[in-house]
Ligand binder design. Structure first.
Ligand code: NDP
Ligand code: HSE
Length: 436
């Protein structure tokens, strides 16, 4: 039996550097768990200074990723460069060379996952992607294995560390959006293009992966309704607090009547819900299984060492198959290939939830009854209203919390309300997840 498993790393940035450090720091516990050493035999990065900072030897470092893929000493290729091109080509080519792949690249898996999964099945080489969702939280393994006996009813995830960090600092410290985003970038949490984080694209990528393996269906990424946190204003955070809620960027997947509800948007959650207490860079995935009931997986959702922890867990898992046999035992997408079924994603128009609405209305008698009349005619009933102070003749905020309503009706009602003379700005709407 081999006494060593050779790994080849492509990308020595935040996560790649974390992987090198963790392999060194925890070499003993890793080899005791595996029964063999995990050795970094090749590492590629375009920037040689990264290899220098990590004190990688000349034999190990290369600028050329192809050397990693083609080295006979590399048993597992770890892709950590991010993006679509050339990451996809590197992964497919490694698989075609019969080499298992580990990747943290959720953007790639969300868009080209099926192609990669098919290549993996065809080549008989697994793909590990634990680090692609929830940073260090072992949620992929949990869905594929730990809770495999369940029909998964719903998933609620705070799965973007950068957005959660920003919302937490805005809520707790009253800080400015741009200032906190710059801090999150400095801490290595944000994507190379941070609009992926703050516009909800990154958590939508992760939701596509989760829904795929939870429900055994390919997900068309473009069908996921996606809204980020860039329009969240301090006043809505304050009103949320006054109503006993917190605003979180939530990724939601539910199986409803043969359709998958899959959406990412800022969401108001009662502040006493466990998931509403998840702050800073921490992520949480709250999963409801039919046998298990609710379970919450919590931990650091971004950063070098937590993500390296997830990457190396895949390396260890795949190494066990290499050393002791068992390749093919675990389907790459969690369900056996022939038993995956394409399920449609429910259009956002059909979604039903509660809504927070902040109207900017002229302080005239009868304004509230005008608003409530239009809402009522669209089958939307009000659960509470806040209006502070009076300022006759000028615009004041009126905050309304509704009972459960259908999104299509909400959109129609707000279009009607926003065209009234007494309304002086576009109404702000935030979806609410809570019991009635
Ligand atoms: P970084 O940008 O920090 O690192 C990427 C590295 O890859 C850079 O050093 C880059 O070099 C190098 N690189 C780019 N193209 C090539 C190439 N063709 N050949 C060799 N090297 C190349 O990214 P992260 O480490 O933050 O992220 C890596 C992956 O992990 C991404 O998919 C990301 O989404 C994912 N991820 C990141 C997390 C985090 O907390 N940062 C958490 C979970 C997942 P150069 O800078 O010179 O272009
Ligand atoms: N940019 C991502 C985040 C990294 O902030 O969650 C982890 O996937």
């Amino acid at each position: 039996m081999k006494s060593k498993v050779g790994i080849g790393l492509i990308g020595l940035g935040t996560v790649g550097s974390g992987v090198v450090r963790l392999l060194r720091e925890n070499a003993e516990v890793i080899s005791r768990r595996l029964g063999a050493e995990v050795v970094l035999v090749k590492a590629a990065d375009l920037d040689a200074s990264r290899a220098k900072a990590l004190k990688l030897s000349k034999d190990v470092y290369t600028k050329d990723a192809r050397e990693v893929i083609e080295s006979p000493d590399v048993d597992i290729v770890v892709e950590l460069i991010g993006g679509y091109k050339p990451a996809k080509e590197f992964i497919i080519s490694a698989l075609e060379n019969g080499k298992p792949v580990v990747t943290a690249n959720k953007a790639l898996l969300a868009i080209h996952g099926e192609e990669i999964f098919t290549a993996s099945e065809k080549c008989g080489a697994p793909v590990g992607f634990e680090a692609s969702v929830g940073g260090g939280i072992p949620i992929i393994g949990a869905i594929k294995q730990g809770i495999a006996a369940n029909n998964i009813e719903s998933i609620y995830g705070i799965i973007n560390g950068t957005s959660n960090y920003i919302l937490t600092k805005m809520t707790d410290e009253g800080r400015e959006f741009d200032d906190v985003l710059a801090e999150a970038q400095g801490l290595g949490y944000a994507e190379a293009d941070p609009t992926f984080d703050v516009e909800g694209i990154d958590p939508a990528h992760k939701l596509a992966i989760l829904a795929n393996i939870a429900y055994g269906t390919p997900i068309n990424f473009g069908d996921i309704y996606t809204e980020g946190i860039s329009n969240i204003l301090p006043e809505d955070i304050r009103y949320a607090r006054e109503l006993g809620f917190k605003i979180k960027l939530l990724a939601i997947a539910k199986l409803r009547g043969g359709e998958i509800e899959a959406r990412v948007h800022p969401t108001m959650l009662p502040e006493d819900y466990l998931i509403a207490k998840v702050d800073g860079v921490f992520n949480a995935i709250y999963v409801v299984g039919d046998a298990l009931g609710p379970a919450m997986f919590y931990g650091r959702g971004a950063g070098d060492m937590p993500t390296a922890s997830a990457v190396i867990s895949d390396v260890i898992d795949i190494s066990r198959d290499i050393l002791y046999g068992g390749n093919g035992r675990m389907p790459v997408a969690s369900f056996r290939n022939g038993s995956r079924k394409k399920l449609p994603v429910m259009p956002i128009d059909k979604v039903r939830c509660r809504y927070y609405m902040r109207f900017t209305a002229l302080d005239h008698p009868g304004v509230l009854s005008k608003i409530s009349g239009i809402l009522g005619r669209h089958d939307i009933s009000i659960s509470s209203v806040i209006q502070h102070g009076r300022d006759a003749g000028s615009a004041v905020p009126i905050v309304v919390m509704t009972h459960g309503a259908v999104e299509r009706n909400v959109r129609k009602a707000l279009a009607k309300i926003d065209e009234q003379d007494v309304i002086s700005a576009k109404t702000v709407v935030i979806r609410v997840e809570s019991a009635e």
